[in-house]
Design a protein. Structure first.
Length: 95
């Protein structure tokens, strides 16, 4: 999602989509990644991650829509691959 118009006609410049928001909240709640790591992974600021995790933004994405652990792992892996970080993560787990 690289921008467009919201339902109310406002211009949006969203870098994230609803699935990314679910993943961010799940990772934050489980303490799986540092906020800075999530920010780097999704290409946003640390403050954006914090505001999403504290429900200050993206309030319309309901809690019951959170990712299951399996979906979260698959999505996180795919995001890392797209960001070119999968090789680095694999090297860290091989130690």
């Amino acid at each position: 999602m690289s921008g467009g118009y919201s339902k109310k006609g406002r211009t949006t410049g969203a870098v994230l989509d609803e699935q990314a928001v679910r993943n961010i909240r799940s990772l934050y709640a489980q303490r799986r990644l540092y906020v800075k790591e999530q920010a780097d992974l999704y290409g946003v600021t640390s403050e954006t991650i914090r505001r999403i995790a504290r429900w200050e933004t993206w309030k319309h994405v309901a809690e019951e829509d959170w990712a299951t652990p399996e979906i979260l792992e698959a999505s996180l892996k795919k995001t890392r691959e797209l960001a070119g970080l999968e090789d680095a993560a694999a090297k860290n787990t091989d130690k």
